[in-house]
Design a protein around this ligand. Structure first.
Ligand code: BG6
Length: 467
C-alpha cells in the first residue's frame, strides 16, 4: 500500500522565530550581564570591539523585554501554534561562571512562556543564540576552553528545571556551523592572528558537541517527552557550472557545513574530517568518554535556517565558507536588495537532501525575506514578502509529499528585529512593522503590514490557502 502524505500534518507547528539578543533590548536591566553582541554594534560578522562607541542597536532591540505581552498578543492573533525565541544566557548567569542564577532573569522567561501558553502557543527555545556572556569569552577564551561545558551545563540544568512544565522543544546552539565565518558569534571565540584558525574552530566545535550530548541527556531526564534539536544554517549550495571541479568542490564545501549535522545527528565524527584535520595540522583534545557521549545522545531533530541559495566556483575559499556567504551570482534567480538570492525550489532540495542523510524530523526554524519596507498612505503593502513566503511554503508542501518528515515552520522575524548580519534595523523581515530606524530613533510603535492577515489565513488553513 502506498503511504503518502499529501499535505502538512495536522499538528504542524506554524509560527515565528526571533532571538533574545535581536529583540529584547534592556541590555543591562534587572541584573543582565554583557553578552558578545552587546560589543558587536556592526553585526555578528564584524569584529568584536570592547571599547567601540558606535551605536549598538541590540542594546535597545525592539524593546521586546517590555513589549512582549503586546507582541505575543499579535502573534496569537495570527494564530501561531509555536514561537521560537532564545534565552539570553547573560540574563540568567550575567557573567556565566556564577554558582547561582539571577532570579530576575528567570522570572522574565517565566512571564514570556506563561504568556505564550495562555494563547496555546508552544514555546521553542534556543539555549545559545549568538549571545554568550562576554566574561566567558574574555576570561576563559569561550568554547576553545573545555570549562565552557561546565558553565553551559549549569545554565542548562537551571533552565530545564525552571521551565520543565512549560517548554518541550529545545535547541542547543544556533547555527553552530557558522563558526567558520562568524567564530565569535557562533562559537564565542576570538581567533588571534598567529593562531591556527581551524584548530580553534574544530576544538570549540568539539566542546560544543560534548555539551550538546550532555544537554540532550539532561533534558530528557529532567523533562520527559522533551525534544532537543540541533540548529544549523543550511541554505542551499549549488556548483557554479557542471565542470567536475566545481561539482566536487561544492560537494566538499557543503560537507563542511553538514559536518556539524553529521556529528550531532548521527553521533559520530565522519571519516572525511580526518583528512581535513591532517592537512591543516588540527589536533583535537578529547577526553576518553567524549566519543561515547556524542554517540549515545544525538539530537532528536534538525532545526535549520533557509533563506537563499549560493553558487560555488572551484578555486574560491573553501574553509570559512558555509554556503551562505559570497558565491557567484546565479543568473536564474532574483536577489533581495541585500544580495540574498531568492530560491524557493532550493528549500525543497535541501529538505530532501537533509532527510535522505539523517532520517530525522526536520524543523524549518528560520525562513523569511529581509528587505526595506516603505509606508504608502499609512500602510505597508509587502506583496514581495507574501510572494516570497508563498513560493517557499509551496515547495515545503512538495517536500512533505516527497516523504520528508517536517515538524513545523517558524518564519524568521515575524516582527521587525535588529539584523544579526549587519546590526541594522532597515533590513526588515516582519509581518509587524516596528517604528525604529538605523539611527535608533522611533517610538517602537507596532503596525500590522499587509502580510499579517495573509499569514493568519495560511495558518488557519494549515497551509492550504496561500492566495
Ligand atoms: C540567521 C540567524 O543566520 O539568519 C539569525 O540565526 C539572523 O539570527 C538570520 O537574524 C537572518 O540574518 P540577518 O543578517 O538578515 O539578520
Amino acid at each position: 500500500m502506498n503511504q503518502r502524505n499529501k499535505s502538512f500534518p495536522k499538528d504542524f507547528l506554524w509560527g515565528g522565530a526571533i532571538a533574545a539578543n535581536q529583540t529584547e533590548g534592556a541590555y543591562l536591566e534587572d541584573g543582565k550581564g554583557l553578552s558578545i553582541v552587546d560589543l558587536m554594534p556592526n553585526g555578528l560578522l564584524a569584529d568584536l570591539k570592547e571599547d567601540s562607541t558606535d551605536l549598538n542597536l541590540y542594546h535597545e532591540g525592539i524593546g521586546f523585554y517590555h513589549h512582549y505581552k503586546e507582541d505575543i498578543a499579535m502573534f496569537a492573533e495570527m494564530g501561531f501554534k509555536a514561537f521560537r525565541t532564545s534565552i539570553a544566557w547573560s540574563r540568567i548567569f550575567p557573567k556565566g561562571d556564577e554558582q547561582s542564577p539571577n532570579e530576575k532573569g528567570l522570572e522574565f522567561y517565566d512571564n514570556v512562556f506563561d504568556e505564550l501558553l495562555k494563547y496555546g502557543i508552544e514555546p521553542v527555545v534556543t539555549i545559545s543564540h549568538f549571545e554568550t556572556p562576554w566574561h566567558l569569552v574574555k576570561e576563559y577564551g569561550g568554547w576553545k576552553n573545555r570549562k565552557m561545558i561546565d558553565f553551559y551545563m549549569r545554565y542548562c540544568e537551571t533552565i530545564f528545571n525552571r521551565y520543565k512544565d512549560k517548554v518541550k522543544y529545545w535547541m542547543g546552539f544556533n547555527e553552530i556551523n557558522n563558526i567558520y565565518t562568524g567564530p565569535t558569534a557562533a562559537g564565542a571565540i576570538l581567533i588571534e592572528e598567529h593562531e591556527n584558525r581551524l584548530q580553534a574552530i574544530y576544538q570549540a566545535s568539539h566542546n560544543c558537541f560534548v555539551a550538546s550530548a550532555l544537554a540532550t541527556k539532561l533534558c530528557h531526564e529532567i523533562i520527559p517527552g522533551s525534544q532537543m534539536g540541533a540548529m544549523l544554517a543550511l541554505s542551499a549550495l549549488y556548483p557554479n557550472t557542471c565542470h567536475p571541479n566545481d561539482v566536487f568542490e561544492t560537494y566538499e564545501v557543503r560537507r563542511r557545513a553538514l559536518f556539524f549535522g553529521d556529528v550531532l545527528l548521527r553521533g559520530t565524527y565522519p571519516s572525511y574530517i580526518y583528512r581535513i584535520w591532517d592537512e591543516h595540522d588540527v589536533h583535537i583534545k578529547m577526553e576518553e568518554k567524549d566519543l561515547e557521549l556524542i554517540k549515545q545522545y544525538p539530537s532528536d531533530y534538525l532545526g535549520f535556517s533557509y533563506y537563499r541559495s549560493t553558487t560555488h566556483k572551484a578555486g574560491t575559499r573553501i574553509l570559512g565558507h558555509t554556503g551562505g556567504i559570497a558565491g557567484t551570482p546565479n543568473p536564474y534567480l532574483e536577489a533581495t536588495p541585500w544580495g540574498w538570492q531568492i530560491d524557493s525550489k532550493g528549500l525543497r532540495y535541501v529538505c530532501n537532501e537533509l532527510y535522505d542523510r539523517y532520517q530525522k524530523p526536520l524543523f524549518i526554524v528560520e525562513n523569511g525575506m529581509g528587505t526595506n519596507d516603505e509606508f504608502e498612505n499609512g500602510e505597508i503593502n509587502d506583496d514581495y514578502r507574501i510572494d516570497y513566503v508563498i513560493a517557499h511554503i509551496k515547495e515545503l508542501k512538495e517536500a512533505v509529499v516527497d516523504g520528508v518528515e517536517l515538524m513545523g515552520y517558524t518564519y524568521w522575524g515575524p516582527i521587525d528585529i535588529v539584523s544579526a548580519g549587519t546590526g541594522e534595523l532597515k533590513k526588515r523581515y516582519g509581518f509587524i512593522y516596528v517604528d525604529r530606524d538605523n539611527e535608533g530613533k522611533g517610538t517602537l510603535k507596532r503596525t500590522r503590514k499587509k502580510s499579517f492577515n495573509w499569514y493568519k489565513k495560511v495558518i488557519e488553513t494549515n497551509g492550504e490557502d496561500l492566495a
